[in-house]
Design a protein around this ligand. Structure first.
Ligand code: GSH
Length: 319
């Protein structure tokens, strides 16, 4: 199975539909069974709807992914069978919702699952708003690691303007970076979300199970709120006492983090998006002369040699 369709499994999944429940009765149960998933080609699944042990409906869907000059089209062929007086009319809405949901899901995942458009020489919508050497460097590195080539927009976070373009607040009312535009009008902010999206859409990086994903988010949230934020406050807060207190807190956290490094990566099995964020934090530590465990220095230097890291540093004018 191709990496981009990692959200799908050949499996059978029953789920209760409290949204379609006759008054005073049990919800309908919708069971979707994926029969075939061929990355970049097609998906075949069947679906049944039952209610209080009676089968109301069964159907199959063939969803073909067709590459055209203007991008990827979806061709849907659906066949349904209705039982026990359950009317085809009543199911029109359900079919439409199901197919729309699937189409939206695939559209959102399109940058990965249908091959990055840049590799096909087509126009690609991905945009990345960053400011050099900020926490947005992590996403920049991760995008290059994934093989994406986003259009880069340099933001001056002091004046909240985009280089040669104007008002950043018009793009992102939050005013800060990063912001990733995955497709037209589909924007993500917040490093944890941006980095998680990149990981889920990077070959070999998508979480293999729910717990693996929770661990990644746990680490990203820790770095983001327990290391990055105190750093940010220490840069801008007046008062030596507050700065010393914040730096002491960060140093303690670096000691905990050092204990987690195994085989050159934070989560142990491969260098991932969380390593990109930790690398940025270690750059900041180096910049302010903060002592960090030896192990983290060796780790930082190894990460710094990665081609994607050097590429991002070059693009941000840092080397
Ligand atoms: N909660 C945001 C915070 C991002 C953030 O603090 N960005 C900084 C750069 S590291 C920024 O743009 N600061 C400018 C500002 O806050 O106006 C996230 O995790 O993405």
């Amino acid at each position: 199975m191709g990496n981009g369709l990692s959200g799908f499994r050949l499996s059978r999944r029953p789920y209760r539909r409290p949204d379609i429940r006759p008054v005073g009765a049990e919800p309908y149960v919708n069971t979707v069974h994926y029969h075939a998933i061929r990355a970049d080609q097609d998906i075949v699944y069947s679906s049944t709807v039952s209610h209080e042990n009676g089968l109301l409906f069964a159907g199959t869907v063939l969803l073909e992914l067709v590459q055209t000059a203007s991008g990827t089209d979806f061709r849907l062929t659906a066949t349904g069978f209705y039982f026990d007086g359950d009317s085809p009319e009543g199911h029109k809405e359900g079919w439409a919702a199901m197919l729309n949901g699937l189409t939206a899901y695939l559209t959102l995942r399109q940058p990965c699952c249908l091959k990055p458009a840049h590799s096909q020489g087509k126009e690609f919508e991905m945009k990345y708003y960053y400011s050099p050497d900020t926490c947005a460097l992590a996403g920049h590195i991760a995008l290059l690691e994934a093989g994406f080539e986003p259009e880069l927009f340099k933001v001056d976070i002091m004046t909240r303007t985009i280089d040669r373009q104007g008002d950043y607040l018009a793009v992102n009312p939050k005013g800060y970076v990063p912001l990733l535009e995955i497709g037209k009008g589909v924007q993500l902010t917040e490093n944890v979300a941006v980095l998680d999206w990149i990981a889920e859409n990077t070959p070999g990086q998508a979480a293999r199970n729910a717990m693996e994903r929770h661990r990644r988010i746990e680490m990203l949230a820790f770095l983001s709120s327990e290391v990055q934020k105190p750093f940010a406050y220490s840069f801008f807060l007046p008062g030596d006492e507050a700065v010393a207190m914040l730096r002491g807190m960060i140093e303690e956290r670096f000691v905990l983090i050092a204990e987690r490094i195994t085989d050159g990566s934070l989560l142990g099995h491969r260098v991932g998006v969380e390593d990109a964020l930790l690398y940025v934090m270690l750059r900041w530590a180096r910049m302010v002369g903060m002592p960090v465990p030896e192990k983290l220095i060796a780790y930082r230097d190894a990460i710094e040699e990665r081609p994607a890291v050097r590429g991002a540093l070059r693009e941000e004018g840092l080397i």
